[in-house]
Design a protein around this ligand. Structure first.
Ligand SMILES: Cc1cc2nc3c(=O)[nH]c(=O)nc-3n(C[C@H](O)[C@H](O)[C@H](O)COP(=O)(O)O)c2cc1C
Length: 203
């Protein structure tokens, strides 16, 4: 028993921007990974407040081509648009997107049940959501995908809700774009561990 296999997965997860619209696995496998993450990733007070919507193939293209691109174009300064457009074309060229949501009703229930922590639950809901994002990002890359994490919410929330019948009260937190890697990751630097890790009482 060791955490080596787990940390191999943690270490190999990177941000991939160059992605193609191929998939190394059947769509049923993607569904399975999502079900496993949604079932087993923890949530604050076991609220299970996270929701996901998975868009594959043409639905993924619809998200980036028909929803995000016009929404960003409408607000982008003209001089910034060519760069944004290129970036968005890159996301559209991928295979799928997982939309990560929180259900505010689950958070409100906790606030009512535990008034002492009422002001903390929104923050813990964000933490809960991020844990799901990390697990699925890492899992997809273990399956042979590359992925990157985006945040075009709240600009795109209403159109997405209308297109895929997402409850209007769900709060969109992040978009995980994935596809077959079509290029390398960029070099990553690391701050000295001495600045970031402090252990006391080790024997
Ligand atoms: C909470 C969080 C938010 C992020 N938001 C974005 C984002 O909006 N757009 C983006 O391109 N990358 C985003 N990233 C990716 C980071 O820039 C990236 O993970 C970091 O530079 C480390 O590189 P790596 O993922 O290759 O290890 C985000 C990452 C995290 C953890």
């Amino acid at each position: 028993m060791s955490s080596d296999a787990f940390f191999d997965a943690v270490k190999s997860r990177r941000t991939y921007y160059a992605l193609s619209s191929e998939s190394p696995v059947p769509d049923s496998r993607i569904h399975e990974l999502v079900n496993t993450a949604i079932t087993h990733v923890p949530s604050s007070f076991n609220s299970q407040s996270t929701r996901v919507v998975v868009l594959l193939n043409e639905e993924h293209k619809k998200l980036w081509g028909d929803i995000v691109t016009p929404a960003v174009k409408a607000v982008a300064p003209p001089e910034a648009w060519p760069t944004s457009e290129k970036k968005l074309e890159g996301f559209k060229a991928a295979y799928g997107t997982i939309l990560f949501y929180e259900e505010p009703k689950d958070v409100a229930k906790l606030q009512e049940a535990y008034p002492l922590y009422a002001d903390k639950f929104p923050q813990w809901s964000e933490h809960t959501n991020a844990m799901h994002q990390f697990v699925l990002w890492t899992a997809l890359e273990k399956e042979g995908f590359g992925a990157n994490l985006q945040h075009y919410n709240p600009l795109i929330d209403e159109k997405i809700a209308a297109t895929w019948k997402v409850p209007a009260n769900w709060s969109l937190k992040a978009q995980l774009v994935f596809g077959k890697p079509a290029g390398d990751t960029y070099p990553k630097t690391f701050k000295p561990l001495e600045e970031r890790v402090f252990v006391h009482g080790a024997k």
